[in-house]
Design a protein. Structure first.
Length: 482
């Protein structure tokens, strides 16, 4: 409608999605639900209990990023509240847990063992497989300094992989220790202000290879799009010491980090997990707050991408010890360790493997409207089906739509069957059930085939009104849909 003052038509708003974000349909949501439930069962078997924290925290509570003059640094989505306090969307689930534990420290049983899952947000450059919003599922133990807590999380990671259908031998849990890397950086005399950039460069070893890491340890690296990432700007001897450390060419002096790794190795061997958990000096983990053991779960097999090229998914989860994170609030050392599964990334891997389906879940039984004056009769049928715990809906589209249009709608909804009752059927106390699954099979068959007539009889049949629920149940069971 034109604007009455200007006479111009209002410009239509363009429907568009921001980069790095994705809409999700019913099939993907059902797959996520299946994954989350499988993970939850394993985590609860290990004695972890659920807790939830909000998606928004005070920026300084997140700890890694702080506001500058205009806005917080890159990496988080932030905004100012009406009291001029900076707030941020959480970038992981660990920093919010640290705030929660510190705030409720005196009332929590310790060691405190919890799990939580939800969406996290990164204000980073999006790319293939890199999203600004993704789901994580975490388990953490707070208040246990023993390496047994870290070993247990590695075992938890292994059991979770197998619960999600990844065969033993198709994954590995790799363990390193930040103290070992700290020792190498001490030997290389790398200044403190360059150490985080150094660790982040090493963390990209799987994705970029050793030469890519060398560039990031040096001046920097230009990616395929032409964007330049500034490096740690180490000198050549420093670069060589760090490369030797992560490739196993440098033997680190025995220290706390090496002893902790030996303790973990002994614990996982005693529990029978040494075929799935191994020490690997290339594991870094990119977050600054790790202080001791760090671990990562890698899928070791290759699949083909959309263009048929071999590819590896690599890491689908990881974690480590963060003994200093809660102490920022408490002023005292609080040992803590945690493990996180990247649900969104892992789901992509499981879908590619065929471990979880891309097919939408079963739709509801659709009760069609044959006679607009008998809506109460049709609503009663829907109520009967729902009372019997059968998903069902009444067709609520344009009441003038004919039966064919309504059946097309039911097929598009993934309905197993549609219920039809005209005036004649009502007079006889009957309903017609149209099996839409058999109907779809029938459409693919040649009319000359012997089984065509048999399928045709199965595709539509009439039953007494009192048998409606029983017959729909039988149809669902016949197709193994329940």
């Amino acid at each position: 409608m034109p604007d009455p003052k200007s006479g111009k038509k209002p410009q239509k708003l363009k429907a568009r999605l921001p980069r790095g974000l994705a809409d999700r349909g019913s099939a993907e949501i059902a797959a996520t639900r299946h994954m989350v439930e499988a993970i939850r069962v394993v985590f609860e078997r290990y004695g972890f209990e659920p807790v939830e924290t909000p998606a928004i925290e005070y920026t300084d509570a997140l700890g890694k990023f702080l506001p500058d003059e205009d806005r917080p640094n890159d990496g988080v989505f932030s905004f100012q509240d009406d009291d001029e306090q900076w707030l941020s969307l959480r970038y992981d689930l660990t920093a919010p847990l640290a705030r929660y534990v510190a705030e409720n420290f005196d009332t929590l049983a310790k060691p405190y063992r919890s799990y939580r899952y939800g969406w996290v947000f990164r204000n980073e450059k999006p790319g293939p497989g890199r999203f600004r919003q993704f789901m994580q599922f975490d388990a953490d133990t707070v208040g246990a300094a023993s390496m047994a807590a870290d070993s247990e999380l590695c075992m938890l990671a292994a059991d979770t992989m197998e619960a999600l259908g990844i065969k033993r031998g198709d994954y590995v849990v790799k363990v390193n220790n930040r103290k070992v890397l700290d020792s190498a950086m001490e030997a290389a005399q790398i200044p403190m202000e360059k150490r985080l950039t150094t660790m982040r460069a090493i963390d990209k070893l799987d994705r970029l290879g050793i030469e890519g890491v060398r560039m990031l340890l040096g001046k920097g690296r230009k990616d395929e799009s032409g964007d330049f990432t500034k490096g740690a700007e180490l000198n050549k001897p420093q670069i060589e010491i760090m490369v030797a450390a992560i490739t196993g060419q440098r033997t680190a002096p025995s220290g706390a980090g090496e002893q902790e790794l030996m303790d973990i190795a002994a614990l996982v061997k005693a529990a029978g997990y040494d075929d799935r958990i191994r020490i690997d000096k290339t594991v870094v983990r990119g977050l600054e707050y790790y202080t001791g053991p760090v671990f990562e779960v890698d899928l070791t097999f290759e699949i083909n991408d959309e263009k048929g090229r071999p590819m590896r998914f690599g890491s689908v989860g990881g974690g480590g010890r963060y003994d200093g994170l809660i102490s920022r609030f408490r002023g005292e050392l609080v040992p803590a360790t945690g493990f996180s599964i990247g649900v969104s990334r892992f789901q992509a891997a499981l879908t590619a493997l065929g471990k979880i389906g891309e097919k939408a879940p079963l739709g509801p039984v659709v009760v069609t409207v044959f006679d607009r004056d008998r809506m109460t009769d049709y609503q009663k049928m829907v109520a009967q089906l729902r009372d019997a715990k059968i998903r069902a809906e009444l067709y609520l589209g344009n009441p003038k739509n004919n039966l064919g249009t309504q059946l097309k709608y039911a097929s598009k909804r993934g309905a197993p069957c549609a219920i039809i009752q005209g005036g004649d059927e009502k007079a006889r106390g009957e309903v017609t059930i149209k099996d839409l699954i058999v109907g779809a099979e029938l459409a693919r068959l040649s009319k000359e085939r012997d089984d065509y007539l048999k399928k045709q009889a199965e595709a539509q049949f009439t039953v007494k009104e009192g048998q409606l629920v029983e017959e729909v149940r039988r149809l669902i069971a016949r197709h193994k849909l329940d």
